[in-house]
Design a protein. Structure first.
Length: 406
């Protein structure tokens, strides 16, 4: 891909009104001017052949990266690179439009679905869980609110903590029943609202809330009201059966203790090497409110554009969705960086400041997968990193962020 012509922009208000549709393709390249930027304000380090491009290529050549990286400015691809194999057994390479399991990077879709229901006056953010869902113990039903689940201040645990022996689910109904039962057996880790601690279980409950209040299965609601509205034709909550059969979808290659990698979809008995990333998400059969929707890098750019054009929510609710709510430690801490501001959580994405510029983002990690997308609200950039290896993604994000905000 080449650089793009146009005027540089630093918006002080949210929105990309008048941005050119992604399908229009890239504009012709332009020579760099003084300061290492072309007329479109594209830093030299982000253009094809630039420092970031060379950095990703070097990682791939050392088998330390497998996946897709996409940088877009004002909706147009600036840099699109894919490396490695989506399916080694069938010798299918990763491509720009390869579909990846997002892990927790799909939590913001859950948050947006909730905000949309609030926009329709079907829920309120201060509603306790028990207003909409039955069977929870009083400490949760009467005291944990929608706002607290969205901002990770509910006190609910993460479902990977103290998990039972690995179980391979065989249907959507079985998976939903198990999640509902585990949610109702929760013991709060702290009094709701008193501190922030990342909780996938809170988002699992929000997924059930979306289904109950809307009258649609969670996956169908997100498909209709997020993916279809944003033109995200390559995005869905795929079942394991689809994951195995569809050649567009990348398989997760899970690192083993001996340094080899195993295909998680074909080897459900295997997991990763340690910690949260030790889980094999293919066992779950399908994703949920807590994560593991599927998307492509171009679709995530489409999501960013639709969000900023107020095509997913009305303007007031778009602002509500992306604005900082609760301060707390960042979900992923990279090297010490004086340009990094305080981290906040919005209603789904994280909402942060870097070098005095706003961005929203979310990442995810599973055995055999690492993902992150960022929307730079003041700079007209979207950056997407989708990997089908479990790897430390923070250095890649840091390299991207430092160059975009330079």
């Amino acid at each position: 891909m080449t650089g793009h012509e146009g005027r540089p922009s630093r918006r002080t208000a949210l929105g990309l009104l008048g941005a050119v549709p992604l399908a229009a393709g890239a504009l012709p390249g332009a020579a760099a001017n003084a300061g290492g930027r072309g007329p479109a304000g594209i830093p030299a380090g982000l253009r094809p052949g630039g420092a970031f491009d060379r950095y990703i290529r070097d990682l791939a050549e050392r088998d330390q990266f497998s996946g897709t990286v996409l940088l877009a400015h004002r909706g147009r691809h600036v840099l699109a690179r894919s490396y490695g194999m989506a399916d080694k057994e069938r010798r299918i390479p990763n491509e720009t439009d390869t579909v990846y399991a997002l892990a927790s990077a799909s939590k913001p879709f859950t948050g947006l679905a909730v905000v949309r229901l609030a926009q329709q006056r079907k829920i309120r953010f201060h509603d306790p869980v028990g207003v909409h869902l039955d069977g929870f113990p009083p400490k949760i039903a009467d005291h944990v609110t929608v706002h607290q689940m969205l901002t990770h201040t509910s006190g609910m645990t993460d479902p990977t903590n103290d998990a039972p022996e690995p179980h391979v689910f065989t249907s959507i109904d079985e998976r939903n029943r198990e999640l509902a039962a585990r949610a109702r057996s929760q013991r709060l880790r702290f009094t709701p609202g008193t501190r922030k601690e990342y909780s996938s279980m809170g988002y699992e409950v929000l997924g059930e809330l979306v289904a109950t209040v809307s009258g649609q299965p969670f996956h169908e609601y997100v498909r209709e009201h997020v993916f279809e509205r944003a033109g995200m034709a390559g995005s869905a909550y795929h079942t394991r059966t689809e994951w195995l059969a569809d050649e567009r979808i990348a398989h997760p290659y899970m690192l083993q203790e001996d340094g080899t990698r195993v295909d998680g979809v074909r080897h459900l008995d295997k997991g990763g090497v340690s910690g949260v990333k030790g889980s094999n998400s293919a066992r779950a059969f399908i994703g949920s409110g807590g994560g593991n929707g599927f998307s492509t890098a171009p679709d995530l750019v489409r999501f960013a554009l639709a969000l900023q054009r107020d095509e997913l929510l009305k303007r007031a609710y778009t602002d509500l969705y992306v604005s900082p709510k609760v301060s707390g430690p960042p979900l992923r801490e990279g090297p010490e960086d004086p340009r990094r501001g305080e981290a906040f959580h919005a209603y789904g994405p994280t909402a942060s400041i870097y070098d005095d510029q706003r961005y929203i983002s979310h990442g995810g990690g599973i055995a055999g997968g690492a993902t992150n997308w960022s929307i730079y609200l003041d700079l007209d950039w979207v950056a997407v990193i989708l990997c089908n290896y479990d790897l430390p993604i923070e250095p890649i994000i840091a390299a991207e962020r430092a160059r975009i905000t330079a």
